[in-house]
Design a binder for this molecule. Structure first.
Ligand SMILES: C[C@@]1(CC(=O)O)c2cc3[nH]c(cc4nc(cc5[nH]c(cc(n2)[C@H]1CCC(=O)O)[C@@](C)(CC(=O)O)[C@@H]5CCC(=O)O)C(CC(=O)O)=C4CCC(=O)O)c(CCC(=O)O)c3CC(=O)O
Ligand SMILES: NC(=O)C1=CN([C@@H]2O[C@H](COP(=O)(O)OP(=O)(O)OC[C@H]3O[C@@H](n4cnc5c(N)ncnc54)[C@H](O)[C@@H]3O)[C@@H](O)[C@H]2O)C=CC1
Length: 210
């Protein structure tokens, strides 16, 4: 089975996480920024999940899973430590749902990659279940390669790209500019400022059309 990498917007979607242990907590943390509604079904919760429940970041059903618990869920995360329960969850999932089986890489239709985040830059790595530890090692290497302040650097690139797109230039010239802003000198904030100011002074596309 081949898994296709996609980045998904889950705003206002309904997510059910079944299980309240360590891995459920990891998934909930990965989903917290998504503005989805997160329901957790589990007789117990880790301390951190319980705090998220108190803070009203998640909705908690203090109970064991039953088939009827799944209805309009766009994403289901099966994260109990009971294989039989995980099997029932999989069988009860509505046909259209995305389902992640944390204990069986190929059992669901969604795999959570390991992710390194630097603001708008996200690097996701998966081995499709072959070796989570390899994924972890690769993420550690990437962590050293892309320091924390990369988030600001990526914001700078984003700002430049918006301006460059608006300029009165041939496509080839724009591509050249987009390439040149990747030069190491622009890791420096003063250089960044000089360049953005210069770009802002260049003639805009619309100015000529008018
Ligand atoms: C399919 C997937 C789940 C999904 O899609 O949700 C999955 C499945 C399983 N993991 C298992 C075990 C371990 N997982 C880790 C670590 C991570 N696992 C992650 C992802 C995934 N793990 C998904 C695809 C991964 C891929 O791309 O290949 C990471 C990358 C991201 C994350 O979880 O957030 C995170 C590193 C994050 C980081 O370091 O930052 C460690 C290492 C450790 O904890 O040190 C171990 C113990 C060592 C070992 O067993 O190898 C087991 C056996 C369970 C058992 O034996 O009971 C299964 C079940 C199975 O074998 O299928
Ligand atoms: N994806 C990954 O990286 C990893 C996945 N795993 C897999 O994930 C599974 C869960 O691991 P952990 O979170 O560490 O286990 P855990 O023991 O910390 O948590 C299991 C949770 O499931 C709940 N649960 C049990 N029966 C239930 C039921 N009938 N209905 C609702 N909730 C129920 C428990 O109350 C508990 O909250 C493991 O069995 C393993 O197969 C394990 C390690 C890493």
């Amino acid at each position: 089975m081949a898994y296709v990498p996609l980045n998904i917007d889950l705003t206002n979607k309904q997510i059910k996480v079944i299980g309240g242990g360590k891995i459920a907590e990891r998934r909930v943390k990965a989903l917290l920024d998504s503005d989805a509604t997160i329901h957790v079904i589990s007789p117990d919760l880790t301390g951190n999940l319980y705090q998220l429940y108190l803070d009203e970041k998640i909705i908690w059903y203090k109970k064991s899973f039953e088939s009827k618990d799944l209805d309009n869920d766009e994403l289901i995360i099966s994260a109990t430590n009971q294989e039989e329960v995980n099997d029932v969850i999989k069988k009860s999932a509505p046909i259209h749902s995305l389902i992640n089986m944390v204990g069986d890489a190929q059992g669901g239709n969604v795999i959570f990659p390991g992710t390194l985040k630097r603001g708008k830059l996200q690097i996701s790595v998966t081995s499709t279940g072959a070796s989570p530890k390899l994924v972890s090692n690769i993420l550690n290497d990437l962590d050293k390669q892309y320091p924390i302040d990369y988030a600001e650097y990526v914001d700078f690139l984003y700002e430049c790209r918006i301006i460059i797109k608006s300029l009165d230039l041939e496509k080839a010239k724009k591509n050249q500019l987009l390439e040149s802003i990747l030069s190491d000198q622009y890791f420096d904030e003063d250089e960044q400022e000089k360049l953005t100011n210069w770009l802002k002074r260049q003639p805009k596309k619309r100015a000529r059309e008018e």
